[in-house]
Design a protein around this ligand. Structure first.
Ligand code: CMC
Length: 388
């Protein structure tokens, strides 16, 4: 046996989906550099690429988009689930519970070794995640649900379901719509991170993909993973002004229970290439929305951290979550929605990894070993003979 907590040095699978070189700051989906995909592709094109392994032709792209967009509605009964949550429930809790509940609507999802059936669930899940996410948000603010508009793009429709008020047809701002689409591309997959590993581990018991994906979303929720974007915003708000940055950094370095959220990564020991692209998108978004006042604070934090020996020695750089929240906030997404905004685009990545796992003849049910350090065998003691 090997003892490797956190699997820092254990490859648990072979994969052909995503490549990361953490020292060089390289990220590729199916061989295509993330920079090129973020520049030239749209999110559904990338979802197709992740699942099928090749970029779609024009007609494949059109068919795939039509198919996904035809599945955007959720059952009216599923809406009642969302209605049952308290108004102040965290949207991620509502989101992942509703995803799990979908397995009760699509019971055929269990038939995981049928290729066509898997594809139908893929279409459904990619399609329904934005709807569930937006409905959770509307529930939390007491607004009526805004139904999908399938004439809009994937990201445009999500903005519609989030922000539509009384207009007959919601028209997304094209800059914000494209920015969101690029953010979705950047979050679509990231090889064997905590949530993908959960997806694979749960899927290895051969349950349906809705249940496995709810587990993956649960793993994403934590502040060390996909909840970091929310944690970054809360951290920036707590720091409050540039003057407080040195003291905050001191507390992080002194290990006073604080981490510089949005910094550091298990694999990247260089600038996260996604963070670089996000910084560029931020400029475009702020031209439309006005600059997020927290931007200067974030830049100052980055500047000081990148010059500080503590962060340099440990190779801690900004990751994808450091700047994404500033954009989401400028686009009027509430902070609690940020982890959900991570879960929507990670769906095609999770499902592609899940399919690769269940079709891989090398794979078995996930079942690590342990190093037992507990008591040796001992005899049961009757309660009246036990001391406190
Ligand atoms: N602030 C301060 N110190 C840090 C940080 C940080 N953000 N990240 C790592 N360190 C220190 C850590 O204390 C340790 O120091 P020492 O060697 O003296 O004990 C060293 O750097 C190595 O850290 P680690 O915790 O062993 O590294 P890990 O690979 O287990 O953790 C991480 C990776 C992402 C959980 C961690 O860097 C972290 O907590 N970052 C903040 C949360 C965050 O931004 N998460 C989002 C990750 S990217 C999006 C995603 O895919 O989830």
């Amino acid at each position: 046996m090997t003892y490797d907590p956190g699997y820092t040095n254990t490859a648990a699978c072979k994969s052909t989906i995503t490549f990361i070189d953490g020292d060089k700051g390289i990220l590729r989906y199916r061989g295509y550099p993330i920079e090129q995909l973020a520049e030239k592709a749209d999110f559904l094109e990338v979802a197709y690429l992740l699942y099928f392994g090749e970029l779609p032709t024009k007609s494949q792209h059109d068919d795939f988009s039509r198919m996904v967009m035809s599945h955007t509605f959720i059952h009216e009964q599923a809406k009642k689930f969302i209605d049952g949550f308290r108004h102040d429930a965290h949207p991620m809790g509502m989101f992942l519970s509703t995803v799990a509940a979908l397995s009760t609507f699509f019971k055929e999802g269990k038939d995981i070794f049928d290729e066509r059936n898997r594809l139908i669930q893929f279409h459904r899940m990619v399609a329904k995640m934005p709807t569930i996410a937006a409905f959770c948000y509307r529930h939390s603010i007491g607004m009526p649900f805004a139904y999908p508009d399938n004439d809009l793009s994937y990201s445009g429709n999500f903005l519609n379901m989030m922000f539509k008020k009384t207009e007959v047809q919601y028209k997304p701002n094209p800059v914000l719509e494209r920015a969101l689409d690029v953010l979705f591309i950047l979050h679509a997959d990231h090889e064997q991170n905590c949530s993908t590993t959960s997806m694979r581990a749960i899927g290895s018991s051969h349950c349906d993909p809705f249940t496995a994906l709810a587990g993956a979303a649960a793993a994403l929720y934590g502040p060390l993973h996909g909840g970091a974007n929310e944690a970054v915003l809360r951290m920036l708000e707590e720091i409050g002004s540039k003057d407080n940055v040195p003291e905050f950094i001191r507390q992080v370095k002194a290990g006073e229970g604080k981490r510089l959220m949005g910094f550091g990564h298990r694999v990247y020991k260089n600038y996260d290439p996604r963070a670089r692209i996000i910084k560029r998108i931020a400029t475009e978004v702020f031209e439309v929305t006005g600059k997020n006042p927290l931007l200067d604070l974030a830049l100052e934090l980055e500047r000081i951290a990148l010059e500080d020996d503590y962060f340099v020695k440990r190779k801690l750089y900004p990751n994808v979550d450091f700047y994404s929240g500033l954009i989401y906030q400028a686009m009027k997404f509430p902070t609690e929605m940020f982890p959900v905004l991570f879960a929507i685009p990670r769906t095609p990545g999770w499902l592609s990894q899940w399919e690769e796992q269940i079709l891989d003849p090398d794979q078995k049910i996930a079942r690590p070993r342990q190093v037992y350090l507990g008591e040796d065998e001992r005899a049961y003691v009757p309660m009246e003979e036990r001391s406190a």
